[in-house]
Design a protein around this ligand. Structure first.
Ligand code: TRH
Length: 394
């Protein structure tokens, strides 16, 4: 058993789902794969319920799937042996003042980036003289000298079992309420994006493809947020929070937000995935299917630099034509002006080439998933990192 057996993970839900999505995934992995006792402190339990559906809003502390989920501590709590502050969140003051006395190991888990500076900053120390303790930076990443990527030990084997079973896939589509569709000869696309993405240009291009295309878009909230994007479609409400939008051979199914497990199934079952932020991005990599990643929108086009850094790593072993295709499709998706679309649709050629190249892109995505899975996963690296820090303390 690890010497550092008790862990506290702190999660502040900034916006969207990535923060809690990652903290929840990591916490479960620490419990089930590393035998640790984990308390997950969340500042916004209501928002967290989108991802942790079993959360009972009337309970304070509750045990779900082996993880003790607690509200953000307002009163004094004794710190665990390892304390993970995720995405730069500040720890509660009364808590951080106790860290030195308990010889806790304090780790800041940062956002994922493929930029090369990450290797230099990973595992750096930030002394906190006022608290008499060091804070350690842990950066997820794509290079061996970074903190790695979140991946459960069984993930790729589970994916392969799903993809190898016609029954499992049929059950899944049935479960989504899409079992009646003739999906075998259609192109299946999942869509999860920020509103800045130029969905209209994409759809105009997809509608002109000869094959039937089914786009599945899980969403939360009000459909009106997407009305500009789908203005050219006939819209039919087919159930609670379920819409079918149609244009030619193109069918867009807006369905209720899925559980994380079902979202994985969707990524595996589709031929092409649009993902965003951080967690869905990583899951799309492990799906081994062609995907386009939309980074979180940032001022001064910082997100475009992040996208280019990722493509430099991810597309490194692709041929020049595929590199060019991945780069132009990613740019088309992430450089649009929110709410605007161009009648000339400059993205038409890009999206049509992408669809034509799906078999080759699939082979490449499988290869990259396999290659990246040769590296240790983030939770394992985090456990080893904390053990090494503990050993250096004694
Ligand atoms: O929701 P996001 O945009 O989260 C982002 C990123 O984390 C970003 O780095 C951060 O700065 C910002 O939040 C505040 O995208 P992300 O990271 O992909 O998280 C989405 C989560 O939702 C992920 O865990 C997958 C999950 N998900 C479902 O469980 N069901 C669904 O139907 C879908 C579409 C997603």
């Amino acid at each position: 058993m690890a010497k550092t057996h008790h862990w506290d993970v702190f999660c502040r839900v900034v916006d969207n789902y990535g923060d809690i999505g990652i903290c929840w995934r990591l916490s479960q992995q620490l419990v089930h794969e590393h035998g640790l006792q984990v308390r997950l402190f969340i500042d916004d339990i209501v928002a967290a319920r989108h991802l942790i559906s079993k959360l009972d809003l009337n309970q304070t502390s509750q045990m779900i799937n082996g993880v003790e989920i607690c509200p953000w501590p307002k009163i004094s709590v004794t710190p665990a042996q390892v304390v993970i502050a995720t995405f730069g969140c500040e720890l509660p003051e009364t808590y951080s003042h106790q860290l030195a006395g308990h010889q806790s190991i304090w780790i800041n888990l940062e956002y994922l980036s493929a930029e090369t500076w990450v290797s230099d900053f990973h595992a750096q120390i930030s002394p906190q003289p006022a608290l008499g303790i060091n804070k350690h930076f842990f950066f997820p990443g794509f290079f061996p000298d970074t903190g790695g990527l979140l991946r459960e030990h069984h993930l790729l084997a589970t994916r392969d079992a799903f993809l190898g079973s016609v029954e499992k896939q049929a059950d899944f589509w049935q479960h989504l309420g899409l079992g009646h569709l003739n999906l075998d000869n259609a192109i299946k696309i999942s869509l999860f994006c920020y509103p800045q993405a130029n969905i209209r240009n994409l759809c105009v291009a997809l509608a002109s493809v000869e094959k039937t295309i089914h786009v599945v878009m899980p969403f939360n909230g009000d459909i009106s947020q997407w009305s500009t994007s789908f203005a050219d479609f006939t819209q039919t409400e087919i159930g609670a929070n379920r819409w079918l939008l149609q244009q030619g051979n193109l069918n867009v199914h807006l369905i209720p937000f899925l559980s994380q497990a079902d979202y994985d199934h969707l990524l595996w079952a589709c031929d092409f995935n649009f993902v965003r932020g951080e967690d869905s991005w990583i899951r799309a990599i492990w799906a081994g299917k062609p995907f386009i990643w939309q980074p979180y929108w940032q001022a001064d086009a910082v997100h475009i630099k992040k996208m280019q850094a990722f493509l430099a790593v991810y597309a490194e072993h692709a041929n020049v034509d595929m590199q060019h295709l991945l780069s132009s499709a990613s740019l088309a998706w992430s450089t649009g002006t929110p709410g605007q679309y161009s009648m000339t649709n400059p993205d038409q050629v890009v999206w049509q080439s992408f669809i034509n190249q799906l078999p080759a892109l699939h082979a490449y995505a499988q290869h990259q998933a396999h290659t990246l899975a040769q590296q240790s996963d983030l939770a394992t690296k985090l456990v080893i990192f904390s053990e090494n820090l503990r050993n250096s303390q004694v």
